[in-house]
Write a protein that binds this ligand. Structure first.
Ligand code: AVI
Length: 311
């Protein structure tokens, strides 16, 4: 950094570590290494959301495709590895254009190339952008069918109510009056299932969480002793969410971005919320953003839901 360019990571870390409850936004968990570790998380035996959602898509993609209709423009928000969309593409009638939206241009292009190789006739128009950006509409192509959003993975559960409404309102404006939106949403369930899903036996989620400290050392000149912090997955029943924390194992001071921060033993940095939002609560949020939740599909145990919103 040249001193003139803003560094949003630095700003968020300095602001977050100065709070009474130290907290850093969860989007900073996803550097190159963090994204790799998250990919590993999705294959862990304890992490049920990915395989459960894939099961629902495998079983019910035909019904989703029928609801979306032919010749549609499909917009995937926060596109990642583009595995789940294949199940929907296989079921859709003549999908006109697929628009994956992801902040990482290099990942996006690599994933889009892989998809193109398997779907040579599909028109793919990637957009490198933060999925929370408000101005995709102008970049989206027109087609004979309607526009359909796709946002799997329950990433929506990592946002607070205000951000969910802002995201849904932006998507409603981008996708237009005829649009629909297919969204994955992890469901409330026993902490006996939830806590191990976010604190697995192999320690992959712990490494994912602690990688934030590694990143702070590397990118912000920190001197944090990674071994002096522990990963913690905490069920907050009142807020219906799993919280990830990094817990200080002793009284200590750390230096990051030229500033010193004191930790008491047991004090934490709150690094992520993973909300488990019931369908009726999500429906109310969607309505304030101009969407109606008209259908949903779940697995037999009701662990996960895939919802259909209509504009
Ligand atoms: C990306 N997101 C939906 C994951 C989740 O389950 O909230 C992130 C994650 N954090 C720890 N494990 C997985």
């Amino acid at each position: 950094m040249d001193g003139l360019t803003r560094d949003p990571f630095r700003e968020d870390v300095l602001e977050g570590l100065a709070k009474p409850q130290k907290a850093i936004p969860s989007r900073w968990l996803y550097d190159e290494k963090g994204s790799q570790l998250f990919d590993q998380i999705t294959r862990l035996p304890e992490y049920y959301p990915t395989r459960t959602e894939l099961g629902i898509l495998r079983e019910r993609a035909d019904e989703m495709a029928e609801a979306i209709g032919p010749d549609a423009v499909i917009v995937e928000y926060g596109a990642g590895s583009l595995l789940k969309i294949r199940l929907l593409l296989d079921a859709l009638e003549r999908p006109a254009v697929f628009v994956p939206v992801d902040i990482s241009a290099s990942h996006l292009d690599a994933a889009a190339d892989e998809l193109q190789a398997d779907y040579p006739d599909l028109v793919i128009q990637p957009i490198a952008s933060d999925f929370m950006a408000s101005n995709l509409g102008e970049a989206l192509p027109e087609a004979a069918g309607r526009r359909a959003g796709f946002f799997p993975g329950s990433t929506v559960g990592n946002l607070g109510d205000d951000d969910i409404c802002r995201f849904l309102r932006n998507a409603r404006a981008d996708l237009g009056d005829q649009a629909c939106f297919v969204i994955g949403l992890d469901q409330p369930k026993s902490p006996d299932i939830l806590v191990p899903a976010y604190d697995d036996a192999q320690g992959v989620t712990a490494a994912f969480n602690k990688n934030l400290l590694v990143r702070m050392n590397r990118e912000l000149g920190g001197n944090i002793d990674i071994g002096a912090f522990a990963h913690e997955a905490r069920w907050n029943g009142a807020a219906s969410r799993i919280e990830m924390h990094l817990t200080s194992l002793k009284d200590q001071s750390v230096k990051v971005a030229g500033e010193t921060f004191a930790f008491r033993k047991g004090e934490t940095i709150h690094t992520e919320n993973s909300r488990k939002i019931a369908l009726d609560a999500f429906s109310a949020l969607a309505e304030t953003a101009g969407w109606a939740l008209t259908r949903h599909w779940t697995d037999p145990d009701g662990l996960f839901a895939v919802m259909l919103l209509e504009a």
